[in-house]
Design a protein. Structure first.
Length: 553
């Protein structure tokens, strides 16, 4: 055990003294010393409950013969940061989460750790730490909120963002907007639809790094505490069996995760995060793998934002295992992939009991909602390295139109609310990429405003930033190379024609190459807004979105 180097022998008496000062005994120090990494703060409902769940995980570790040590990791509540300067810190928090776990675990000689995640970037950050450290570890998502209720209709936070646009368009009263604001999030837990938090939760099961069925129970359900306890107990089994994250995080596991993503129509952010986790695991994963799998996996899950149901609804009919079973039965998953239970994915799903209910949330593979995967990778003269679009979130599959160019999300948002954006235009938002923003903020405020203004099927959007999982409409993000490094999106001018074709996979700027070369010669990168502090540090190391926006010193 790694902890022996820190706490065994006469020379380590001072080290032991610190732990005895907080109540540990010699007997405790003979056991595996295990971290419990908890994404927690009081910034919002997404992670407000995780400390209590961590106590159950500690109990599971202790009863299985380990000594647990709790510590917290950063949380950015994306929904609160959205549309503000705070959104620059969202993606950065993913790296800080991974770094915090590395720092705490390695500095104190822990033999392994259990990770309790919640809001959007905490799950991928914890997965990155697991892959990076490669010591026995396991993750548990801390659960979704329950759906809200608005005039008899189940709602989630995405409905509130779209309601802002509906109010400015005059189609929703102020009283209704306030009522929706007050009732959209009724309990603790992360956002209720298949947005980024719940998408990444689903992916933890598909990867095999979380217990079967652990992704779906709501934060307030008693099952959540049971899973927290079992997660702690399972960590000791991982140590006993010598199973490490990279034993589980194989190329086949990532193919399973992409398959689940495509079948569910989950958040486009998952593309970015899976690339980053694979990078830490030493697995060569590219955008081409997403495109390859997306062509053979249909979308079968009817969940918000494009669909009707929430994560709590999915839980009631069988949860994530229901999705995975249907995919496995259709021979779309690698059933022999190892998981943290010590069994294969196929064995786990065979043993997992799913209620036999008539349900409308998860269809059979031969009766899909959409014949292809919910996410499409586009390439072309505007995105030579690639771009990402959720094709299942819009009825419109192609659009050729004139560009309306903005150099920030804030400019575009005000233009939409001021009715400066007209039908059939393609809004271009640039300098919002990983380096340019910096931090690659999500664009939910502006995309939701477009939907709320009634322009969802007539206006498209193209950006080097990214989107919330709640975004719907023909919205293309992650355009690479980004504008700040001189990508073609930096050269677009008002009135230029852009072609988006999600069926053929094209994203092209229809401007003569000689004209583009003329523009390139006079283009200069904008002056940086940040020269010190965290944002400047991040901008100096972050790579392209096409590589997962990982840090490369």
């Amino acid at each position: 055990m790694r902890s022996k180097e820190f706490y065994s022998g006469v020379e380590r008496a001072p080290n032991r003294a610190f732990l005895k000062a907080v109540g540990l005994t010699d007997e405790d120090l003979e056991k595996p010393l295990l971290g419990v990494a908890v994404a927690w703060n009081e910034a919002g409902p997404c992670n407000i409950h995780t400390l209590s769940l961590a106590q159950e995980t500690k109990r599971g570790i202790a009863e299985a013969g380990g000594t647990p040590r709790l510590f917290v990791t950063p949380v950015v509540i994306d929904g609160i940061a959205m549309g503000t300067e705070g959104m620059r810190y969202s993606l950065i928090s993913r790296e800080l989460t991974a770094n915090t776990i590395e720092l705490t675990v390695n500095a104190h000689g822990y033999d392994g750790f259990a990770a309790l995640s919640g809001c959007d970037k905490t799950t991928p950050g914890m997965l990155m730490a697991m892959a990076r450290l490669n010591i026995p570890s396991i993750i548990m998502y801390s659960g979704t909120t329950l759906p809200g209720n608005f005039k008899g209709k189940r709602v989630a936070i995405g409905d509130v963002y779209e309601a802002v646009g509906a109010y400015t368009a005059g189609s929703l009263s102020l009283d209704d907007l306030v009522y929706l604001e007050n009732h959209a999030i009724p309990t603790a837990g992360a956002c209720g639809g298949l947005y980024t938090a719940n998408t990444m939760a689903l992916i933890t099961e598909a990867l095999g790094v979380a217990l079967p069925g652990s992704a779906s129970p709501p934060a307030v359900d008693a099952e959540r505490r049971k899973f927290a306890y079992l997660t702690g107990k399972t960590l000791l089994k991982l140590i006993e069996n010598g199973i490490k994250p990279r034993d589980v995080l194989t190329f086949e596991a990532f193919e399973n995760a992409i398959t689940a993503l495509m079948a569910s129509g989950g958040s486009t952010n998952a593309v970015l995060h899976l690339l980053a986790v694979a990078h830490e695991a030493g697995v060569k994963l590219t955008l081409d793998d997403f495109e390859r799998i997306g062509k053979k996996v249909p979308e079968i899950v009817d969940m918000k934002p494009a669909g009707r149901f929430t994560m709590a609804d999915l839980y009631e009919v069988g949860g994530v295992p229901l999705i995975l079973k249907k995919l496995l039965n259709a021979h779309l998953l690698h059933g022999n992939a190892l998981t943290v239970t010590g069994k294969s994915l196929q064995e786990n799903l065979r043993e997992y009991q799913i209620p036999q209910l008539t349900q409308e949330i998860v269809r059979d593979v031969n009766d899909p909602i959409y014949p292809l995967g919910g996410i499409k990778i586009l390439k072309g003269s505007l995105a030579p390295e690639g771009a990402v679009v959720k094709v299942s979130a819009t009825k419109r599959k192609t659009h050729t139109g004139k560009a309306k160019v903005f150099d920030s999300e804030k400019q575009a948002f005000q233009a939409v609310l001021s009715k400066e954006v007209k039908p059939e235009e393609i809004v271009v938002i640039r300098y919002e990429g990983p380096k340019g923003a910096p931090g690659m903020p999500e664009m939910l405020s502006v995309t939701a405003a477009i939907v709320g203004e009634g322009l969802a099927e007539s206006v498209s959007l193209v950006t080097d930033g990214r989107f919330s999982g709640a975004t719907r409409g023909l919205m293309v993000g992650h355009v690479s190379p980004e504008a700040f490094v001189g990508g073609p999106i930096a050269l677009v001018e008002d009135g230029d024609k852009i072609r988006i074709d999600t069926q053929l996979g094209f994203l092209d700027l229809l401007v003569d190459t000689n004209e583009l070369e003329r523009r390139r010669k006079i283009w200069e990168p904008p002056k940086r807004n940040f020269t010190t502090g965290l944002l400047a540090q991040y901008a100096s190391m972050v790579s392209s979105a096409s590589e997962g926006a990982v840090l490369k010193p």
